[in-house]
Design a protein around this ligand. Sequence first.
Ligand SMILES: Cc1cc2nc3c(=O)[nH]c(=O)nc-3n(C[C@H](O)[C@H](O)[C@H](O)COP(=O)(O)OP(=O)(O)OC[C@H]3O[C@@H](n4cnc5c(N)ncnc54)[C@H](O)[C@@H]3O)c2cc1C
Length: 388
Amino acid sequence: MTEAFLNQIRQFIVEEIIPLEAKFLHDWTATAHALEAKRDKIRALGLWGLHLPTALGGMGLSLVEFGQLSEVLATSPLGHYAFNAQAPDIGNTELLHQFGTKYQQENFLHPLAEGKIRSCFAMTEPEFAGSNPINMATTAVLEGDEYVVNGHKWYTSSADGATFAIVMAITNPDNPPHQRASMLIVPNATKGFQIVRNISVMGEAGSGWMSHAEVRFDNCRIPKENLIGEAGKGFALAQHRLGPGRIHHCMRWVGISERALDMTIRYALKRELNIGEPLANQQVIQHWIAESRANINAARLMVLDTAKKIDANGAAATRNEISAIKFFVPKVMLEVLDRALQVHGGLGMSDDTILAFWYRHERASRIYDGADEVHKTALAKHILKSYQ
Ligand SMILES: Cc1cc2nc3c(=O)[nH]c(=O)nc-3n(C[C@H](O)[C@H](O)[C@H](O)COP(=O)(O)OP(=O)(O)OC[C@H]3O[C@@H](n4cnc5c(N)ncnc54)[C@H](O)[C@@H]3O)c2cc1C
């Protein structure tokens, strides 16, 4: 991926997307409308679906290349959405591209890749610890040519306005624990699919793509053709979804950190404690800038190194590195955001900049896709085992 190409994307984000942030913080529906016009512009510039495999009209990027692109897109919370590379759709796109049948690809993958529809991913249940997802109560029972889905999920991100959910449900209760569940496509319009609410997260329930729903499946009947892969292979599929997914998240967090540091530096140079005495003259601020710079550089190199190893050897062989970045990068980002907020003082606490939004919503980075503690334990156990 050339620097000139990344600069083109960078410029688009700065000129076309960042100006929408003020609206976005107060009104998702209006922002989504404005973003459609930007998406058309991206299509016209030939920049649509860059992240997709070549078979779907994309550039067939390696994970390292996608990581570099993702960092640039992440400098605005709207960047990935504008380029149709947003979670959870990007993970579902990858999954359906690799494992979907022709029917599933035509009906769900292609409209998703074209940005005509959105999707969501429903695995976590309020009644069970998501950190050990083999425990779940949602079931999908085969009756003739249909699966009947019953269950209760929450934190189904972006379910509001989505066309379908990929649902993890028990299909083979008598199998060993990791082979009991399957992934199934449940269209949101299916009778019995109910969005109970958009959960208020850090004070905001949000809407549309910017929301996390509690959902119920009450005797939802779907064609048996909606089963992805083989019955009982849901967790194996989830593993495929998670390796690259963690690179996506981590490079997004590097991009957020980079913008927060940029804002810190600009504000420290501009804000004067006395006439002619900018905040940047204070040594404590200088140290924060230096620490943020060093930590972001370290985080980026760790993630790109992990992406390179996944590209070469696959995610299973890279699990230690994946665990390491999953707890290391959020820590870096949250520290950088905290310093940025502190430097901005009262302005940082307000929603007049994007910092407070990130400070609220990115705290979840230490919880989803494996809580810090889970990844630290997994990494330490592998290290200890290698000494025995
Ligand atoms: C903003 C957001 C978006 C999300 N989006 C989705 C989505 O789209 N689809 C979906 O299915 N789910 C989603 N989730 C759910 C997410 O995957 C779960 O929250 C996560 O897996 C943790 O599960 P839990 O919340 O049940 O916490 P629990 O598993 O109950 O864990 C609670 C806490 O216990 C600690 N803990 C857990 N395991 C260990 C351990 N082994 N050792 C030590 N301490 C431990 C950790 O501190 C953890 O935070 C989302 C969550 C959030 C916050």
